[in-house]
Design a protein around this ligand. Structure first.
Ligand SMILES: Cc1ncc(COP(=O)(O)O)c(C=O)c1O
Length: 447
């Protein structure tokens, strides 16, 4: 139960309320109005006082007034905003050749071999697209083609993207975007559960029951589709390993296992390149996106080789911009930087510091509970100490208090009652300390 009455149709955690435009200063108010006129209400802004950025570098963003913000939210510029190596690779390639997968080209092969080498050994083939949504859309098509089934199981507040197909498997989009009749959304393990056997078996049982129910309703199982960090469910990284029994349950039901690594992938968790590896799962299909090109659109589906054999022969799939020459140049540079700047190690050490600091604050400030994290993805629940209930209002006060102190974080889960801290991977110990000091400052004002 939470104090949320505010998550309305189409709204999202930490979104700016256009009804409060009048409170904004002149230029910002005019920009908000122009956006609303030309882009319409579908385009949400973050924060009670929206931000306008004009430049960025590393983990810092500069706004139109020249003020600097510490970015502890954005995971797309994963190796750092405007990383010179990625910028240079894009600039060089776009001036030389930018074409598509209809022509022979060695860089895409070099990249694919390198990417697949980071995955579980059975995942021996890769197909490319432009967005995480497209990658999930393609993975679902492959799963349905291979199994001949339709039934999909996801987690209760999952988000897998915006295409017609994946919005039907994304309960976090809300009631106005109904799930497909062939979809079941299962409750994930509760935040704070530390007993692996209990969390794993209970979650697996819910997955098995969901597939049984689908069968009873005439839907043959096709896939379990899960974000390896359960980000939109409020970040549920622990207990490590709980996903494995659920994957077994899916396979026992005849479904394939799709790991959505759009959030967890490319080293975010600090120990492994991929979130599924952390859980000891060997998926049939893996979808990747966001950090893959550090902001240049590229996404992918890695698959067990045999799954793509018939699909590739019988189903025509050409994605005009997917893995074009510039996208591959950007993605190659991202892998270079991840390795050379040792960003997994950084995510591990700085993530641990951030989590330890957040845990210490949760001891001192009862408004925070269940600090949790994996690498540079840290979350905590916000509750109203007076009622003991999760609080959307206080989570929003913390997120906006941080914004006013020039640190970007956000909130997650269905009611927006969990803090979401997910910086670019070069986030340093000093950056973590800065964030924790500001957070303490905000928490002190709430007490
Ligand atoms: C887990 C997950 N899957 C898929 C997507 C969709 O990716 P995109 O916005 O690139 O289509 C997102 C986006 O937030 C995501 O978080």
């Amino acid at each position: 139960m939470s104090d949320s009455t505010t998550i309305r149709y189409g709204s999202m955690p930490n979104s700016f309320d256009p009804a409060r435009s009048d409170e904004l200063p002149g230029r910002v108010r005019r920009l908000v109005q122009r956006r609303s006129d030309v882009l319409g209400p579908g385009y949400k802004l973050f924060y009670e006082r929206p931000l306008e950025f004009v430049r960025a570098s590393g983990v810092r963003l500069i706004d139109a007034e020249g003020d600097q913000y510490l970015d502890a939210y954005n995971n797309v510029p994963s190796v750092g905003h405007c990383h010179p190596r990625v910028v240079e690779a894009i600039q060089r390639q776009v001036a030389e050749l930018n074409t598509n997968t209809r022509y022979l080209d060695e860089p895409i092969l070099n990249y694919s071999e390198r990417l697949l080498a980071t995955h579980a050994p059975g995942l021996s083939r890769v197909m490319f697209a432009c967005s995480g949504s497209e990658a999930n859309d393609l993975a679902l098509r492959i799963a349905r083609f291979v199994t001949g089934g339709e039934g999909i199981v996801v987690t209760a507040n999952a988000y897998h993207g915006v295409t017609g197909a994946v919005s039907k498997v994304s309960p976090s989009l809300g009631d106005r975007e109904p799930l497909g009749p062939y979809v079941r959304a299962v409750t994930p393990p509760p935040v704070g559960e530390s007993d692996l056997a209990q969390a794993g078996s209970a979650f697996a049982q819910r997955v098995a029951d969901a597939f049984d129910d689908l069968r009873r309703h005439g839907f043959t199982p096709a896939a379990l589709l899960s974000d390896s960090l359960l980000s939109s469910d409020g970040l549920i990284p622990d207990p490590v390993g709980f996903l494995a029994p659920a994957a077994d349950a899916a396979r026992a039901a005849g479904a394939l296992v799709i790991a959505d690594e759009v959030q967890a992938g490319f080293g975010r968790t600090g120990v492994h390149m991929w979130g599924y590896q952390r859980h000891g799962v060997e998926p049939d299909l893996v979808t990747m996106g966001k950090p893959m090109g550090n902001g240049f659109p590229i996404s992918a589906v890695a698959a067990r080789g045999e799954l793509l054999e018939r699909f590739g022969q019988e189903v025509r799939y050409f994605n005009t911009y997917g893995a074009n020459s510039v996208a591959i140049a950007a993605a190659t540079a991202v892998l270079d930087v991840l390795e050379e700047d040792e960003l997994l190690a950084n995510a591990r050490t700085v993530g641990a510091e951030l989590l330890a600091g957040t845990t210490a604050l949760a001891v001192r400030y009862p408004v925070l509970r269940d600090a949790r994290g994996a690498g540079l993805y840290v979350g905590a629940d916000v509750l109203d100490p007076a009622t003991g209930h999760a609080s959307t209002r206080l989570a929003s006060a913390i997120v906006n208090g941080m914004r006013e102190r020039r640190v970007l974080i956000s909130s997650a889960n269905r009611d927006g009652t969990a803090l979401k801290v997910r910086p670019p991977l070069p986030f340093s110990s000093a950056d973590a300390q800065e964030l924790l000091e500001r957070l303490e400052d905000v928490l002190a004002t709430l007490s």
